[in-house]
Design a protein around this ligand. Structure first.
Ligand SMILES: Nc1ncnc2c1ncn2[C@@H]1O[C@H](COP(=O)(O)OP(=O)(O)O)[C@@H](O)[C@H]1O
Ligand SMILES: [Mg+2]
Length: 237
């Protein structure tokens, strides 16, 4: 199903962070979001998830109007948000945490099949299934967080800075695993600071600055022509 966010304004109390922001994600499509810190990427994902009520604008997912919908209604519609620096329950085992991810009503009957899918994408999690989450490495923890998201049978999965703080090699591995998720037909929104990584995963990128879209990149050649990478990410790309 297609996600369409139109002229969305939202923020915290009286502070407006997003100003008439518009993005769309095609059915089963992958979209990357990047931009300077503190400019509203996480706020956008939180607003789509129903954690923040928009002040203006529309959020549509397929036929459903999710503007102002409660978080559980957004999950039931098929949108799952893996938060920035996701913290799993430290004492739970990987398997327990994954099972908890299948709580959405529609996902519960499919939990066995979902678990097989998650273990196929992240074999490391299968090896670590009986281990407590607190004993996982940073990369494994991120895999587990994404796995928990996948257990909810999303049609659209939103990943907020999944590679934050990970070593380059682990980051590459995680990106390959996320690409496998995209191949299963799940729609993706990925926020990351690494534009190269986003380009490898997503045919469409949005640059978000000051709470709005300042560049809509549908073709990676556009990115080369414009010097956006040098402007913001000269050291990483
Ligand atoms: N819980 C909060 N209460 C008030 N302001 C917040 C809160 N969370 C974030 N902000 C502010 O909203 C702005 C956008 O933050 P955020 O969406 O986290 O940016 P990004 O994810 O792009 O780094 C920042 O100015 C930040 O300080
Ligand atoms: Mg953020």
């Amino acid at each position: 199903m297609r996600l369409s966010v139109e002229n969305l304004s939202a923020g915290y109390g009286r502070i407006e962070v997003l100003h008439r922001l518009t993005i769309e994600v095609a059915e089963g499509g992958a979209v990357g979001l990047f931009g300077p810190n503190g400019h509203g990427k996480t706020t956008l994902l939180r607003t789509i998830s129903g954690l923040i009520k928009p002040v203006a604008g529309r959020i549509r997912f397929g036929e459903a109007d999710l503007t102002g919908a409660a978080p559980n209604a957004v999950v039931d519609a098929g949108i799952v948000h893996v938060a920035q620096a996701s913290v799993l329950f430290p004492r739970m085992t990987v398997l327990e945490a994954l099972t908890l991810g299948a709580y959405p009503r529609a996902a519960w009957p499919h939990r066995r099949a979902s678990l097989d899918k998650v273990f196929a994408i992240f074999p490391r999690l299968a090896e670590r299934r009986s281990q407590a989450c607190r004993t996982l490495s940073g990369g494994e923890r991120q895999m587990a967080a994404i796995g928990v998201g996948l257990m909810g049978c999303p049609r659209l999965l939103m990943l907020d800075e999944p590679t934050l703080g990970l070593a380059p090699k682990i980051r590459q591995e995680l990106a390959q695993r996320i690409a496998l998720v995209a191949e299963t037909g799940v729609g993706l929104i990925v926020v990351d600071q690494d534009v190269d990584l986003l380009l490898a995963l997503c045919p469409r990128l949005y640059l978000i600055e000051k709470g709005t879209v300042t560049m809509d990149i549908k073709d990676r050649s556009e990115l080369r022509h414009q010097d956006v990478v040098e402007r913001y990410f000269g050291s990483t790309v």
